[in-house]
Each structure stands twice: as C-alpha cells, then as structure tokens.
Ligand binder design. Structure first.
Ligand SMILES: [Zn+2]
Length: 203
C-alpha cells in the first residue's frame, strides 16, 4: 500500500464587521459584501429588537430562525437581503400572507433601525366578530399610523381580503371599531346594523 497526501486550499468569506461569521459558501459573498453598504443589516438580523426581521422573527422559517450561531445569522441576513431587494419575494409568506408589504417593511427596517423607540409587533385585523389577517411589522412611533393604514390596505385588498372593524397591535387596540357584527352591504359599503358605522372595505 502507498499513501498519497493532498493539500487543499479553502476560501472563506469573512465578515470582518461581525466576529466569527465566515463561510465557504460563495453565494453568501455578495450578501456579506452588501451588508457593508447597509450598516444596520447585521444588527437587525443578529439581535431580537426588530420583531419582524430580527432573531426569532416569523419571516424566517426553519432552524435559522431562533439561533444565535453565526451560520444562522448569515442565513437570516441572506433572507433579509432578498426581502429588501425583491418586492415580490415570497408574495405569500409563511402563513400564506405577506408579499410586497413585507418587502416594504424590510426596507423600512434597513433605513430606520437606528431611530429612537424603533420597535415592532403583531398587527391583527378584527372584523367585528373574528380575528382575521395578521402580520408582524416593524415601525417607529412616528410611522405607526402609516403602518396601520398600510396593514389595513393589505388586509382588505391583499391575499386575505376581510372587512376591518378594529386593528390590534400586540393585543392592544390601535384603531377602534364599533365591534358589532355587521350585516348590511350595499353600494360597495358594509354598514353596521347596530350603530350605522360604515366599514373601510371598498371591494
Ligand atoms: Zn356598530
């Protein structure tokens, strides 16, 4: 028997800004390089302050979601970069919902993560009788009303399409409805039989 030895040269793509993160997978190279153009990208995916895009966020399926291991951070970074880049990426997200509103929210995170009181939460649409659409979104105090508007628009005209009575954020009412059960529909409007409130639904 003879033996033969071989020296293998491996190339690692190293994230200098984030100690411990390196990979042999070449396809991650543009993701790592791109993160240098976006100073918040690493910290958004690495910690849990961004409810919609951080560690533990619903947008990331599988084993990478809840792990603080370098490979998991890198996987989240790649997915986050795709959300930021592609408006139509995963037009229907993990729960059959999402799409462009989430891409918009990912870009919002990238631009606003450094803002004071940056946060996020679970937005839930209630139709007067039942919980309907829900989605995790990030926001700042100044942009919360805009994100509620955007969420309602998506919940009524996106893939789910339900009437909006009230909107809850992390279990608290942020847009008050009358919370009655609605019955009358005419002229493209739904009106509450009990108090006359006209719902926002326009289909
Ligand atoms: Zn009512």
């Amino acid at each position: 028997m003879k033996t033969r030895t071989e020296t293998v040269v491996k190339t690692y793509y190293v994230a200098e800004a984030w100690p411990g993160i390196e990979t042999e997978t070449e396809s991650y190279a543009p993701v790592i390089a791109g993160a240098y153009q976006n100073p918040y990208a690493w910290v958004i995916v690495a910690d849990g302050r961004s409810i919609a895009w951080g560690m533990g966020a619903n947008a990331y399926l599988g084993t990478c979601r809840d792990s603080s291991q370098p490979w998991a951070i890198l996987m989240r970074l790649e997915l986050f970069a795709r959300w930021c880049r592609e408006p139509g990426f995963k037009e229907r997200g993990p729960n059959g919902v999402g799409g462009s509103i989430q891409a918009e929210n990912a870009r919002f995170a990238l631009a606003n993560y450094g803002c004071k009181n940056y946060g996020g939460g679970l937005f839930k649409q209630h139709d007067g009788q039942y919980d309907r659409a829900c989605l995790y979104l990030d926001y700042t105090p100044e942009t919360l009303e805009t994100w509620i508007d955007r969420f309602v628009e998506w919940a009524e005209h996106g893939p789910v399409k339900h009437v909006t009575d009230s909107v809850f954020l992390n279990g608290q009412v942020v847009r008050e409805g009358c919370r009655h059960t609605y019955k009358t529909s005419a002229g493209g409007k739904i009106t509450c039989d009990e108090c006359g409130k006209v719902l926002q639904k326009l289909w």
